[in-house]
Ligand binder design. Sequence first.
Ligand code: CTP
Length: 404
Amino acid sequence: MEQQPRVVLGVGGGIAAYKACELLRRLTESGHEVRVVPTASALHFVGAATWSALSGAPVATEVWDDVHEVPHVRIGQRAALVVIAPATADVLARAAGGRADDLLTNVLLTARCPVVFAPAMHTEMWEPPAPQENVATLRRRGCVVVEPAVGRLTGVDTGKGRLPDPEALFEICRRVLDRGPRALDTDLAGRHVVISAGGTREPLDPVRYLGNRSSGKQGYALARTAVARGARVTLVAANTALPDPAGADVVRVGTAEELRGAVLKAAADADAVVMAAAVADFRPAARAGQKIKKRDGQDPEPVALVRNPDVLAELSAARPVPGQIVVGFAAETENVLANGRAKLARKGCDLLVVNQVGDGLAFGTEENEAVIIEAAGGETAVPHGPKEALADRVWDAVVRHWPV
Ligand code: CTP
């Protein structure tokens, strides 16, 4: 197998350490040489023998082992990526404080490569100001901090604090490594970005709705790439059937009205808002309380529609944060560029990603092709390719538009 870049897997002392074994397997099976650096407390959960057997390398927690090899400097120097999973409140605090009191923190100080923290802890330990400020500090310095997932915690508790699935963490590592030297430039670090994805459904009665064919894949690609570039991500997902992207806060909504509420709330402290969702322009004027029945010999009642609020136009006018960038998407079936320019002006956003839809293009597919139009006049054509490639070009354009 082709040798892949070297990875350091730091493991903090939390129960989720057992999931790091699976992450380690995925990394080694895809050809990476992995050096595991657990903290002393991590070894209470998973022993050194396991880490050593799975990585095929020696395992130490302190700087006093193999001193002649100067491991506290070498391990970090040689790494192409350091990923810490789980990152406990204690590891976050020591990393943010620049401590060098065990091998892992020494590695963090000497590494010149991208660093990904995947915090996991009880909600009560995650929420207080101290860990939150440590996370903000690490993000500001360019580290990728993956938001914990929501769900079952140790014991009977549930809440935010779960380590995302190893497969999802592996994907984040792969994406960061794929960016190569650019990964160090975690240009979304310290930024909060909001993305809407999917398609809204406007109920006619308890079982029927007016909807559209948006799968949410482009919005999810935007969320995944933003996480890998270091952003704090809020994903407002309308009726998608996709697994939550690791590291994003996901808010699920149904109707345009619900989407509006969730997006405006998250936008209050956002540096960028990307409206990739297909929002229904109209909704039924009335929603029947019971299922609408057909009646023999009678024509159906026409469905009266009313306008939904235009969330993109509202966001573009509001701008609660100075320098906030608002991005729209436009799905057009003809005169793509001319319609796009007119829509950009009408909505008042900074950037509009215009793609052609219909006949199997864009909706539900893995690939996309678009032109990113700038209010200032510029245009970037993004050739046919994966939705993640388009997502990266959108973030490039957003970064260019942020005031320096
Ligand atoms: N959008 C929105 N609120 C709406 C409708 C659309 O925020 N009620 C946003 C979409 O998320 C997308 C952009 O506006 O970013 C473009 O939506 P589109 O439906 O293509 O534009 P319309 O204004 O509906 O134009 P047209 O009727 O010409 O298709």
